[in-house]
Design a protein around this ligand. Structure first.
Ligand SMILES: C[S@@+](CC[C@H](N)C(=O)[O-])C[C@H]1O[C@@H](n2cnc3c(N)ncnc32)[C@H](O)[C@@H]1O
Length: 262
């Protein structure tokens, strides 16, 4: 077990994975010698050490806690970045092909935002809390559908690879977590992407502004967009801010958008 001879910091969401389980999870990721792997919130290195044992081309670990950094510094051949993932320049990560991480759950929004910007990414293997997993894997008719679902499903196919019991962490967590596998879609729907980007980037935007935005009205999506704008349910929501839509309204809007898809 990697050493952590200090009180863990609850503000940093530190729940360290059992190294045996970490090794199993990394083995399931089927890394190749060509992979460049990013570990976000590396902690004392349970996942990082297992990734390094697979001998990919490179491993980048990001961690803000100086005490964890001291443990990680003992691992050979590691590109160690001190700091929060929010503060790492995405331009320095363009070689990344795989993200394998048990990040702080509070940083998941940012992790997905970063994954969207990695041009060589082939998969993300991620430990997430139960609620986030329920939201990310929800279908459009599911009560758990939310802005998280839209954000993830617009770009990735997603599967629960494994349930992770709360007792697998130090300190343990109250509800089981999930190990998810996200794979970038080969042909994402441009309209869904545009809506996801609008919700993520400009939550204060009114629906009518997105419906008329150049990004959403490009050819060949124009006909679908005109149909959507004429839809009575969508017209009824036009004045609302995207951030103020209920989960059910967002899910129904997405269903209407997808119905117009060829
Ligand atoms: C859930 S622990 C996981 C540690 C390790 N990966 C493991 O599985 O044992 C999350 C780690 O992320 C670090 N962390 C907290 N906030 C972070 C942030 N904004 N960016 C990157 N890492 C962060 C914490 O210090 C902690 O080590």
């Amino acid at each position: 077990m990697p050493a952590h001879p200090y009180p863990l910091d609850p503000d940093l969401d530190q729940h360290l994975l059992d190294p045996g389980l970490a090794a199993d999870l990394v083995a399931g990721a089927e890394l190749t010698r060509d992979d460049v792997v990013l570990d976000i919130g590396a902690g004392t290195g349970a996942l990082t050490a297992a990734i390094l044992r697979q001998r990919p081309r490179a491993v980048i670990a990001v961690e803000p806690d100086p005490r964890c950094l001291a443990s990680l510094a003992n691992l050979p051949c590691l590109d160690l970045r001190a700091g929060r993932i929010q503060d790492i320049d995405p331009a320095s990560l363009t070689a990344v092909t795989m993200v394998i991480a048990n990040p702080p759950f509070s940083a998941l929004h940012h992790v997905i935002g970063l994954a969207r910007r990695l041009p060589r990414l082939r998969a993300v293997e991620l430990c997430v809390g139960r609620r986030w997993a329920e939201a990310a894997t929800a279908g459009p008719a599911d009560p758990h559908y939310s802005a998280i679902t839209l954000d993830v499903s617009a770009r990735f196919s997603i599967a629960v690879a494994r349930r992770v019991p709360g007792s697998a962490f130090t300190p343990p967590i109250a509800t089981p977590a999930a190990w998810l596998r996200l794979v970038p879609l080969a042909r994402p729907d441009p309209l869904l992407l545009s809506l996801a980007d609008a919700v993520r980037a400009r939550a204060g935007l009114r629906l009518k502004d997105w419906l008329r935005s150049p990004a959403a009205n490009r050819q060949p999506q124009r006909d679908r967009m005109l149909k959507l704008r004429a839809d009575p349910f969508v017209r009824g929501l036009q004045q609302r801010r995207l951030s103020a839509l209920t989960k059910a309204e967002l899910a129904r809007l997405v269903r209407h958008l997808q119905e117009g898809q060829c």
